[in-house]
Design a protein around this ligand. Structure first.
Ligand code: KIV
Length: 274
């Protein structure tokens, strides 16, 4: 195999092997320049369907299409060279049948060059996950709070806070592991439940709002960089980009209105040939 075709990216087996050894660092990315900035620091870049809300201003992820995921997936793969890139299968593109899920996964993997897909799947979709894995599609599972179930749940609600729910989320995680997921996102579950699932399953758990006991962590990058006024309780803000943007743009607007931008050094000048 020539050097050019050998992947230098983090691989699926490498992520699995980190369980119990090293914490796995994951963030979402939707564009090439942001992917390039995150790439050296993370193991996994997730092109999450959160892009519907974060980038496109949609109220929920349910309107996100496969085409949107592919467009943003292509940008993230182009902008990165180290991290594993995982792309979410959006609502309505995998639940109909294993064949529908396979067709959607193959499109996503062929058209973006990503290494894996993520599926928000309860127990009922274990057969679909197994169908994909048996055909060469690496699948990251996603259990607990599933944003694509927002209408069934009546909102984005934490899971596993009573015995029934706790048993259901454990069953979902076990089913995802048995079906062949190489890692499982645990979203919005109690600390105790995250700790228990991380102990029970042999594949890495990636937590979001799921305590430090998971094998890795993921956040929506725009949340941790403070792009929005509001962020969920579990988000730690590492920057305040909203304030930085507001200050920069108000200075730009003032300069344009005062006629001081562009300045003498910011214009092209005619160059005579002699
Ligand atoms: O869509 C997304 O960004 C996600 C993460 C929050 C895990 O699923």
């Amino acid at each position: 195999m020539s050097k050019q075709v050998q992947s230098r990216r983090v691989t699926v087996p490498a992520i699995r092997a980190l369980k119990g050894r090293e914490k796995i660092v994951c963030l979402t990315a939707y564009t090439a320049p942001v992917a390039a900035a995150l790439d050296p620091h993370v193991d996994v870049l997730l092109v999450g369907d959160s892009l519907g809300m974060v980038v496109h201003g949609l109220p929920t992820p349910t309107a996100v299409t496969l085409e949107m995921m592919i467009l943003h997936g292509q940008a993230v793969v182009r902008g990165s060279s180290h991290a594993m890139v995982v792309v979410d299968l959006p609502f309505g593109t995998f639940e109909g049948s294993p064949e529908q899920a396979f067709a959607a996964s193959v499109r996503v993997m062929k058209e973006t060059g990503c290494q894996a897909v993520k599926i928000e799947a309860g127990e009922g979709l274990a057969g679909t996950i197994a169908f994909l894995v048996q055909r060469g599609v690496p699948v990251m599972g996603h259990v607990g709070l599933r944003p694509q179930a927002v209408h069934i749940d009546g909102g984005f609600k934490a899971k596993g806070r009573n015995d029934d729910e706790r048993a259901r989320v454990i069953a979902e995680a076990r089913a995802a592991e048995d079906a062949g997921c190489f890692a499982i996102v645990l979203e919005g579950v109690s600390e105790e439940l995250a700790q228990e699932i991380t102990r029970i399953v042999r594949v890495p758990t990636i937590g979001i709002g799921a305590s430090p006991h998971c094998d890795g962590q993921i956040l929506v990058t725009d949340d941790m960089l403070g792009v929005f006024e509001w962020a969920p309780k579990f988000v730690r803000r590492y920057a305040d980009l909203r304030t930085i943007i507001t200050e920069a743009v108000s200075r730009y607007a003032a300069d344009v209105r005062a006629g001081t931008f562009p300045g003498a050094d910011e214009v092209y000048r005619f160059k005579s040939k002699d």
